[in-house]
Design a protein around this ligand. Structure first.
Ligand code: GLY
Ligand code: MN
Ligand code: MN
Length: 417
């Protein structure tokens, strides 16, 4: 509210998503909406109107309706929402168009984030247009719509104690699942058996379920970044790459480990694993206040490219190979992302064209370098062929790292590397 001053901010709940025909996915509240209100029902709108005399926080919700609730589940309703969520005024959602104008007509701006709910985007535009038409008679009203997402990303990127508690819980559950997964992995088992056991733990420990589709990728599947079919039988002599984490009270963990399906790595697997691990260590060392967001990616790329040159998999001068992105057939993604309410969390990466965002205490990032030598890997023309013995190996190691006042804390350290 401090940041929007004389403006009114409008937030829309998440829509219900269809799984098939008339069957819907479990509802998950839109993250900004949840962050600001804690309210987790669909068909809702939240307003922040700090300039309003009495109603600074307004909710529109689904009213109580015993018959509908019998079919679709419990609703808090208008009266209890006021009590429980601390709103100054609560209306049934059907009265949105009737009440919205009085919260907008004295605002100098509308703060809103355009989103996939096109109908609602249009509703906001329609109200704004009507107020612009009558601006002359009133002498007040919103003269612009500003992206409230810029404000939210500055806030959400810095985690409160409550948020960090939830993230630590999501991480603890995910750590347990990874450790069980490693214990049960052996040649002959199917990828989905591992997935099932992990997701069983996620739910059994009170998590909401997977934070994203679990990746359990053996052999060459480890080279497919978003492999999620998880239906292959694992063989001795391969690696298993597991990228899985759970959601707990809306907050997410995101962990990747890669290890041998059988007892040990082959020489090539071990060499690549050690290289990715060295890159990850170099990257984590760059996570500290004052460093900018790109420092840890650059550190990982440097170690990986040097290693690829040492192994003869790339030929050339390291700095030039980096500048020309010749490492990209082996390492095509970034080294991390903000983590929080969203797995790829809302947060600023760049400021302007040239400068990267500085790291601050209470931010959480993933650090996840990898190397992927797909069976059909293609390098730039002047580069050598990748020998067959390296092909079909994919390695990624991903930890969740909290920026602390003096450096960082690896929150996911309890899964061995
Ligand atoms: N599993 C998604 C990611 O690592 O970004
Ligand atoms: Mn991941
Ligand atoms: Mn990640």
């Amino acid at each position: 509210m401090e940041k929007i001053g004389a403006g009114t901010a409008i937030f829309r709940s998440a829509p219900m998503a269809v799984m098939h025909n008339d069957v819907e996915y479990n509802f998950r509240q839109e993250s900004d909406f949840f962050y600001l209100t804690g309210f987790d029902e669909p068909e809702a709108v939240a307003l922040l109107a700090p300039h309003h005399e009495e109603h600074k926080f307004v909710l529109f919700v689904q009213p109580k309706d015993p018959e509908k609730e019998t079919w679709h589940g419990y609703r808090v309703g208008v009266d209890a929402a006021k009590e429980r969520y601390g709103a100054d005024a609560v209306y049934p959602i059907a009265e949105l168009n009737e009440h919205l104008p009085k919260y907008l007509e004295n605002a100098d701006r509308i703060y809103y984030r355009l989103n996939r709910d096109r109908d609602f985007n249009q509703t906001v535009m329609d109200h704004w247009q009507r107020l612009l038409t009558t601006y002359g008679k009133r002498g007040t009203g919103p003269v612009a719509i500003e992206n409230v997402g810029f404000i939210l990303q500055q806030m959400r990127v810095i985690k409160s104690d409550t948020e960090l508690e939830r993230m630590r819980r999501a991480i603890a559950i995910s750590v347990e699942a990874h450790n069980v997964a490693r214990e049960m992995t052996q040649p002959g088992r199917y990828e989905y058996e591992i997935q099932a056991e992990m997701e069983h733990i996620f739910r059994k420990q009170g998590g909401q379920g997977p934070a994203y589709p679990s990746i359990v990728a053996s052999g060459p599947n480890a080279c497919i970044l978003h492999y999620t079919s998880n239906n292959r039988q694992m063989q001795d002599g391969e690696v298993l790459l597991i990228d899985a984490g759970c959601s707990y009270d809306y907050y997410n963990a995101d962990i990747t480990r890669t290890f041998p399906v059988g007892e040990r790595f082959t020489d090539e697997q071990r060499i690549l694993y050690e290289l990715v691990l060295a890159a990850q260590r170099a990257a984590i060392a760059q996570i500290k206040p004052g460093n900018t967001y790109n420092a840890f990616h650059d550190a990982a790329v440097k170690v990986l490219t040097e290693g690829l040159v040492r192994l003869g998999l790339l030929v050339g001068e390291v700095d030039k190979l980096i500048e020309e992105e010749k490492y990209k057939p082996f390492y095509m993604h970034k080294t991390g992302h903000w983590l929080g309410l969203d797995v790829h969390d809302l947060g600023p990466y760049k400021i302007g064209k040239e400068s990267w965002h500085p790291l601050h205490p209470r931010q959480v990032v993933t650090v996840e370098p990898g190397l992927y030598i797909g069976p059909d890997i293609k390098l730039a023309e002047e580069q050598p062929e990748v020998p067959a013995r390296w092909r079909g190996i994919g390695i990624r190691i991903e930890d969740d790292v909290l920026v602390t006042p003096t450096g960082n804390e690896v929150l996911t350290a309890a899964v061995p590397k």
